[in-house]
Ligand binder design. Sequence first.
Ligand SMILES: [Zn+2]
Length: 949
Amino acid sequence: MQQQIIFSLILFFSLSGYSDPLMEPTSVSKNLYPNDILVGNYSDDIDKPDNFLDFGYGERVANPKQITDAINAWSLQSDRIKVVEYAKSHEGRPLMAVFISSSDNINRLSEIQSNISMLTDARNLNDRKAMEIIDNLPAIAWMAYSIHGNETSGADAALGIIYHLIASNDSEVLDMLSNMVVVIDPMMNPDGRDRFSKSLEQYRGTAPNYDDQSLLHTGDWPYGRTNHYFFDLNRDWIYLTQPETQGRVPLINKWRPQIMVDGHEMGPQDTFMTGPPREPINTNIDKDLIKWGNVFAQDQASAFDDRNWRFYTGEWHEDLYPGYSFYVQFRGTLGILYEQSRMAEDGVRRPEGTIQSYKESVHHQYVSTISNLKTLEKNSKAMYKDYWDGRKYNVSKNGEYSNQTFVILPNKNITRLNTLAEKLEAQDIKIYKNVKPIKVEQVLKQNGVKEENFTIPVNSMIVPNLQPEAPLIAAMLEFDAEIKESVLLEERQVTLKNGSSIMYDTTAFNLTMMYGLPAVTVPENIESGLINWELEASEIDTQKSAVMWVVDGVDDRSVSFAARLMEQDVQVRIIDKESTLSAYQFSRGSVAVIAMDNPNIENLNDLVNIVATDLNVSVYSVDSGFGPDALPDWGGRHFRLLNRPQIALLSHSGFSSYDVGVSWWSLDHHLGIRHSQLDASLVNYGDLRRYNTIILPSGYSNINSNQLSIISDWVEQGGTLIAHNGSSRYLSSNNGIGSVKTVQNTFDDIDDYNIDLQREFLSLDEMISIPEVSNKLSLEISYPWELSKTKYTKDELETRDKWQSLFMPSGAIVAGRIDSDHWLTFGTPETIPLLYSNYPVLMTGGNSEAAVRIGELVFSDSNEYRSINWSDIPPNNDLNIKMSGLVWPEAAQRIANSAYLTRERYGKGQIILFSGEPNFRGSSLGTNRLWLNAVIYGSGLGTSSMVNP
Ligand SMILES: [Zn+2]
């Protein structure tokens, strides 16, 4: 014992005497900003924010636990507060909505909420009653912050605002709370914030760092912006794929706030931006909201002027995409955006030499919030009246929504239909089903073609637009969002001048195309012969006596079914052609589990039952392997044995975190099977033989030539390599592997590509013609390539391509046509909508196949071959490219007939390239299916199978 003490003393002396002490900084950032954020006459019964932090309030970034602890403590200390935990993040952190009002109002929250609900549906309420309700309603404000986890100042402001509102005894605050319910969602993305606040700790040194390029400010890949699966939660408000949004949206929808503030941060050298937005503005947004947006902005601007703070409105803030937090605007709520320049936590040095502190950035969000609350307090009644007018308009027989119904055609893909139904119902949208066929006229199809007479088949999903949530229905389901002529003009000008765009997000987003579900728009209000839509249940029949159990290949969950059984060592087959077995009809790509293949598994039928029940997918017992006529029989080559995929997803710096994250998410949420996410540098020294399927998400500087040669060897040995967008661009470049090329690298032998394409066209049923077969040599054969008139030289093609590439879309939907014999297209309709952006334009030649090409063939009167760039369109056909969003004609020409999805044999393995990002936002379910086919079926169907001797 004594020895130990002596030893410690020596250690103590040596540390203090001879080691290098931590140097004191010459300045500290907390002295940069002398102003107090919290000013008021505060009650001593409520803990100050500082009590939950180990620094002064606003001086540094509060981490998620500190914020949660403070709110939990305050909920016990104050009667002005009620906390609702509306979700848990993927990593298990609580998401909280903090309701603050007078204790009277807090005690009658449910009564207030039900009065708000009564104003929702103007079909059930007259004006007099509505005014009575409005007279007694408090204002409702929804103030939400830091949805991007590394945009931290909003959540710190929220902490102060909650304290101020529950602790202040100033009459200004007390009056406000007796007339208003303020809901504060302090941190909308706790997992991202935790990641970023951790990196702040890791990179914090002795002296403050004001250099916005340093790691302290930027953090590490995948950065703090996104949630656990690297999703941008501020694009998820209509797609509802993440638990944070799935919990939040129903609560906001229930409360129908009058304003919704969304507090963000932007580039560190910027100032502060708020609403209202500039064009393009989605035309389904009520104009009254734009008017109110200006009222709020004016008050906020004078609050900033008073303090000498710089700011602006509009500029880059547009509002076309409805999946931002401002989806609320389609429901009558005014959305207000804050964009504060990012200060990390020490502050940022600016070009004029000054340093803006973190505390000041928190103060900006705080002052903006208080200003907006005051403006709402003044104008709440008038805003409610405008809101009520809007509610009446939405269901008016004379309004713009009164003659439009969206119809999703019947589909065996129950999983996808159910997903769509859930997303619509979460937004209070009513959906129906027709019990009899309905004859309608002038329907608009997804490809833009109008059909004069159309019969809606029984059991279609019917969504009349004439409903209380009419504007949101239109925004989510209209095939094309209207873009004003003046916006197109400006967009074209900036594109031509400097290759930029005024579109901040995708210009196409409608749910039926994103989901790959065929639908039509009917120009009338369909209301009779309808019953309420109910989620489709599965049929599960797994008799022990059956020779096999089959899941139809149209349902997306058939892939999960196969994957989850293979993971449990069950041998699974795919029937690669349509089949009839025991009187059941199965689509191509149906999954069969055959008892004979699995002699060692006891109670196989029970296992099949459990997996199918978990997935809610229908499964049928089949008693005989005989397929009548020419249909597949179970011993023939159409029952193809699958191979269990062993999946690696390459990841980390150099890859797009969004594309990595969404691929990871799809593996976990659509399949739930084991896989490894690998740091790409591991390719140099790791053992790739553990995997038979490697996914290369989109990236730009992700793998070098040495790594590529290792991967190339691995493919030749039997691996399946799947690449997306940027990685496909690299693999198809002159430094890549395989025979697929980007279009600009093919002009030397472009005729060969056209001839391959013509072979593909001519092999289609509707185009094939049989020449006369006789004994005499025919001297009059016409060859397809001789018939087209326009031929461009290599130079011309290059010049055209350069010009056309200026106009590539930034997120539009184009039509894909599938090779309906290819296993990659199982479960996919003839025409598949493809989300398309500035992707590599892929060309297949030699060995490679195009499973999906761009352009849908539609009938045309023209009976000649016509050329676009390198390819010819056969007689009697037109090619439709655009389905939704902004696709300039030059871009349409450039991408016409190019490949979206390619596959080629490479040694014993294969390379599969997606031109785009097939899993975009977890919501492009049509292309996600192609990807699931590649990941789960690739190893079995596309590589040489190995027999263990
Ligand atoms: Zn943001």
